[in-house]
Every structure is written in structure tokens, then in C-alpha cells.
Write a protein that binds this ligand. Structure first.
Ligand SMILES: Nc1ncnc2c1ncn2[C@@H]1O[C@H](COP(=O)(O)OP(=O)(O)O)[C@@H](O)[C@H]1O
Ligand SMILES: [Mg+2]
Length: 358
């Protein structure tokens, strides 16, 4: 048998999705095939410190891992391909593949990916460009439009324009859309900072809220749609999974409905839709994946109009939730790839892309 690969799992991170990452990473650690891989756990604290942890896995979700961890560094020297502990920089821990199991800004937005490119280490998931374009909803929409992919009407508002001329911004929005509208920070995730605004007061509040998270805000027409998601896996020849549907427990799939509702939001796998509609959505999912030049994995999210079944692309998530009960792994499981096999695939895809690039 081939030698075991050294895999570093990155978890935590500085984004609002730190806790989600702890859950995703715990699932990966508990399910990865230890016959095939040696694991190195590197946590990134909320303040951005990189730390090596080799204790009890159950202390990751509780946050206790931090106290028992040691400062660690991934050097940008391409000849090492590994990391060291700051207490002993002479000992390098060689790493074959990094799996950044982190979500949101400074995690799945191309920044970590750029650092790993500089360190010359293969990593799971999308590269720098795909990660950053998918993370920025305003930029992703421009690319989708250029590829003729179906999406709702939208408008980009800069935070500074709210200060300069709020009334003009409000008039422009009200001229273009009818209420309700969705207001979002361009670069976030997990529904953080998102508002469904039903009137002018809520719009003003929503814009202010989104502006807390980003200098760029996206306003979108409201789509009264079912929420359908497709998992995509692969590099040059990506494949689409069967589809899933989210039935949110709140008025929309907000942070509360996603994580705090004791699982009251339901996932339907497979999504109860016709074969022809599924096929149409899977094709758009692959096109969106290729349009952003994704590799490894991404989850592509849609709205399907409840009345006329028109399909709208919503967003591409390059590091989707990865707990055992998350949509992405569940969709692959239902399509025939069990969780631990999925991790093997992702690691192989990371190595394949790295080799192709060298
Ligand atoms: N234009 C829209 N029309 C209807 N619902 C929307 C719209 N945009 C977002 N939503 C709702 O808000 C949720 C979060 O929005 P999304 O754009 O997916 O942001 P995030 O990146 O935080 O997941 C969606 O899952 C959906 O429930
Ligand atoms: Mg979403």
C-alpha cells in the first residue's frame, strides 16, 4: 500500500462562520480514513492565530482546543511544504495536502488559498480566483450574466453612497424593484447581515445592517421560490449530484433557521421535482461551476419559482457546510459516494490539480 499521506485539516478561522467550521472539521476528522492519512490539526482562532492541536477531537466544537494548542506557522518557503511550531522552527512537519474546512471571509474567499499557493502545498477545493469570485456575490453575478446563466435582477450599492445620498439610493432601489427586496453584504455567508425588506423603513435598516459587514451591498428582487441545491465535484470534468431542497423554518433561510433551530429547517433529498427540471438545474450547476473556474467542490444554490418553475441561480459556495448532516455530503451520499469516500475524492482532486499546475 502507498505511504500514508500527511493531511492538515484547517479549522476555525476569523469569519462569522467560525463555529460552523468547528462542526464541519469535527465531522471530517471523525470520518477520514486513518489507514490512508496522518492527520495534523491546525486551528485558526477568531483573532487569526494559527495553532497546532493534537488533543481530544471533542474539544474542537467546545472551543477548549485553543487552550491546549501551540502556535504554528505555515512557511511561505516552497521547498519545505509543511508547517512548524514557533517553539521549535527547526522541525518541519511535512504536509502533502491541506484541507481548509473553513467557511466565509478569510477562509473560503481565496485568502487561505493564496497562502497555500505561496507555500506550494496542494489543498482541497477551489483555487484563489474561483474562491474569491464565488465569495463576492456582486462579482459572481457579473460572471453568471456573461455566461447567460439565469438569475434575478439585482443592484450593487456602495456603503459610502449611503452616507453621501441615502435618498437617491432609496429612490433608485424603489424605482427598479417592488417590495419585498433582499439586502445582503456582498461578501458574507450563513445569511449573516441579510434582510428581507418589506418597506422603506426595513430597507434603510437592511442597508445599514449589510453595511456593517461589507463596503459593498447587493439588493435583489425577491424570488418566491423553492430552495434547491446541487453538489458539484471534480476538476476538469465536474459532476453534479442529485438535488436537495431546503424547507426553511423561518420566513427565509436565515442564520437562525440554518444553525440555531435544532434542525427544524428540513432537507429533502432527493428534492421532489421532475426529472426534466432536475436535469435543467444540474446543467446550470455545472455551467456555473465552470464559469467561476471552480475545482474540487462547490455547492450551487438555486431558487425555483413556486408558480412557474423558472430556475434562478442564487449562489455558489466553494466550501459548503461539511458536517455529516450538511447538504453537500448528504447529496453525494444519496448519489452514491459515502462521506469518507468523498474526503478521499477531494484529496485526490487536490493532488491532481496541483500536479497539473506544476
Ligand atoms: N433574492 C432572493 N429571493 C428570495 N429569497 C432569498 C433571496 N436571496 C436570499 N434569499 C434567502 O436568504 C437566504 C440566504 O441568502 P444567500 O444569498 O444564500 O446568502 P448566504 O451566502 O448567506 O447563504 C437564502 O437561502 C434564501 O432563503
Ligand atoms: Mg446561501
Amino acid at each position: 500500500m502507498a505511504r500514508r499521506l500527511n493531511v492538515a485539516i484547517l479549522f476555525g478561522g476569523q469569519s462569522g462562520e467560525h463555529e460552523v467550521s468547528l462542526e464541519s472539521a469535527t465531522s471530517v476528522i471523525n470520518n477520514i480514513d486513518l489507514e490512508r492519512y496522518n492527520l495534523y490539526l491546525i486551528g485558526i482562532t477568531k483573532s487569526g492565530q494559527w495553532r497546532y492541536y493534537d488533543g481530544d477531537v471533542s474539544k474542537i466544537v467546545t472551543g477548549e482546543w485553543e487552550k491546549e494548542s501551540k502556535p504554528a506557522v505555515f512557511p511561505g518557503d516552497p521547498s519545505y511544504r509543511g508547517f512548524f511550531l514557533t517553539e521549535d522552527p527547526s522541525k518541519i512537519y511535512p504536509i502533502d495536502v491541506v484541507f481548509p474546512v473553513m467557511h466565509g471571509p478569510h477562509a473560503e474567499d481565496g485568502t487561505i488559498q493564496g497562502l497555500l499557493e505561496l507555500a506550494n502545498i496542494p489543498y482541497v477545493g477551489c483555487g484563489v480566483l474561483a474562491s474569491s469570485t464565488a465569495m463576492d456575490k456582486a462579482i459572481a453575478k457579473v460572471i453568471f450574466a456573461a455566461h447567460g446563466l439565469p438569475q434575478g435582477d439585482y443592484m450593487v450599492v456602495l456603503k459610502h453612497s449611503l452616507k453621501e445620498d441615502l435618498d437617491e439610493v432609496l429612490e433608485e432601489i424603489e424605482h427598479k424593484f417592488t417590495y419585498p427586496v433582499f439586502v445582503k453584504p456582498a461578501n458574507m455567508g450563513s445569511s449573516v447581515g441579510i434582510t428581507k425588506a418589506h418597506n422603506r423603513d426595513e430597507l434603510v435598516e437592511g442597508l445599514k445592517k449589510a453595511a456593517k459587514y461589507d463596503r459593498k451591498i447587493v439588493v435583489e428582487e425577491y424570488i418566491n421560490g423553492r430552495e434547491i441545491e446541487c453538489a458539484v465535484l471534480g476538476n476538469n470534468d465536474p459532476k453534479a449530484s442529485i438535488l436537495g431542497e431546503i424547507i426553511p423554518s423561518n420566513e427565509f433561510y436565515d442564520y437562525h433557521a440554518k444553525y440555531r433551530d435544532g434542525g427544524k429547517s428540513r432537507l429533502l433529498i432527493p428534492a421532489p421535482i421532475s426529472d426534466s427540471k432536475s436535469k435543467e438545474i444540474q446543467e446550470i450547476a455545472i455551467k456555473a461551476y465552470k464559469a467561476l473556474d471552480c475545482s474540487g467542490l462547490a455547492r450551487v444554490d438555486f431558487f425555483v419559482d413556486k408558480e412557474n418553475e423558472k430556475v434562478y441561480l442564487n449562489e455558489v459556495n466553494t466550501m459548503p457546510g461539511f458536517t455529516q448532516i450538511s447538504m453537500y455530503p448528504k447529496l453525494w451520499e444519496a448519489t452514491g459516494i459515502p462521506y469518507s469516500k468523498l474526503i478521499d475524492c477531494l484529496i485526490e482532486l487536490a493532488q491532481e490539480r496541483f500536479k497539473e499546475k506544476q
